[in-house]
Design a protein around this ligand. Sequence first.
Ligand code: PMT
Length: 411
Amino acid sequence: MSESAEQRLQGRRILVAVSGGIAAYKTPDLVRRLRDEGAAVRVVMTQGAQAFITPLTLQAVSGHPVHHDLLDPAAEAAMGHIELAKWADLIVVAPASASTIARLAHGMADDLLTTLCLATAAPIYVAPAMNQQMWANPIVQENCARLTHYGFHVIPPASGSQACGDIGAGRMPEPLELREVVVAHFLNNTDQPLAQQHIVITAGPTREAIDPVRYLSNHSSGKMGFALAAAAQQLGAQVTLVAGPCQLATPAGVTRINVNSADDMLRAVMQHVPNASIFIGCAAVADYRPVQVASNKIKKDSDAMHIQLVKNPDILATVAALDKPPFTIGFAAETNDVLKYAQSKLERKGLNMIAANDVSDSSIGFNSDENAMVLIWRDSHAKMQQKQLPLASKTTIAEQILRHAAALIHS
Ligand code: PMT
C-alpha cells in the first residue's frame, strides 16, 4: 500500500540495477518503496550482486523476472536488453560497487548492467556503496567525477559505521532517501518550462447517443491525454483537462471536467479556453453523431437499421480560429500516409503544431501504454519541421511533446 495519498511515481518505469556489495540487502526495500509510489520496476543484477542477494527475492518484490545475463537467449526473447534500455524512464544503480563505477566510467559493456547503461537514453542515478577507504581512493573519486562529467547523477554516500567495522563515508543511503531522489527527479520544481501557462487539454473518446442505452464511440482510453495533463502539471502549468468517458484517475493538481459528447466537449473547451495560453486536442472526438436521438430504447423490429449521421463540430479547428487563439496543438490519428495527412491537418486547421500518431500499429496509439509519434510544425521562416519521438511510455512521450512546445513558445 502507498504511504502517501497520491502516488508520485505513477506511470514511471524504473530500472533498478544492482551490483555486488553488502548494501544489496537494502535493494528489495528500495524496489518495494518505488512500487509503493506507483512505479513499474524491473531489476537487473550483476554476477557479484547475486553473491549477496538472490534474483528470486528481487523477482518477488518487483513482480517481474530479474535480468542478469547478457547472453541468455530466453531472457533476450522475453525482453531484449535494448528493449529494456528503452523501457526505462530512469535507471538507479544501487548499490554501485567501485568496480561497476569504474566500468561505467570507462564505457565498458561487459555485462548486462553496464550494457544497459550505455544503451539507454534515460537518466542514470548511481548510489556508490563501499568501504570508506575505497570511497576515499582518488581513483574511485576520479571515476565518479568522470561519471558526473558524462551526465550520470552520483548520489553521495552516507557516513556511519560500516559492515566491515570501519566508520566513515561509503554507506548506501537508506531506501526511503533513494526513493526521494527518484521522486525529486520527476518533480523537480526548478525545471518548470510551463510555469505561468494555463493549458486546456482534451482527452479520451466522446460518446454520441443513439438512444438512451446505445452510443457511437471509439477505442480511446484517455491514457495519452491524461499523461499530457500530468506532465504539464509537473512542468509547472495550470491544467484543465476536459475528459470524455474514461476510467482513469485524475492526475494530482489537475482540474478535470467530465463530458460525454462532442457537443459537451466543445462547450467545456470554449468556456475555459479564453483563459488558456496553450490548447491540446488529444481527444478522439467522434466525427459524426446521429441526427436524431431516440427518446426510448429502439426496438429490434427489423433486420437492418439505418442511422443518419451528421458531422460533429471540429473543436480543434474552432479553437485555432479564435481571434486570439492559444498556442494550439493537435493530434492526427492515422493508419496510412500518416505524415501527409498530419501535415494537411496542421495547415487546414491552422495549428501551431501537430503530433502525427500512426494508429495502425496496435502496440501504440489507442489504449496502449506506449506511443511513438512525429511532431510537425512550421518554424519562424515558415519552413516545415519534424521531430521524431521514438517508442516510449505515454508518460515520456507527453513530457517530450510539452518540452518541445515550451521551447517553441519561448523561442
Ligand atoms: O486515448 P488513448 O487510448 O491513449 O489513445 C491516444 C490517441 C490515439 C487517441 C491520441 O494519441 C490521438 O491520436 N488523438 C487524436 C485522435 C483523433 O481523433 O485524431 P483525428 O486525426 O481524427 O483528429 C485530428 C485532431 O482534431 C485531433 O487533435 C482531434 O482531437 C481533433 N478533433 C477531431 C474531430 C473533431 N470533431 N474535433 C476535434 O477537435
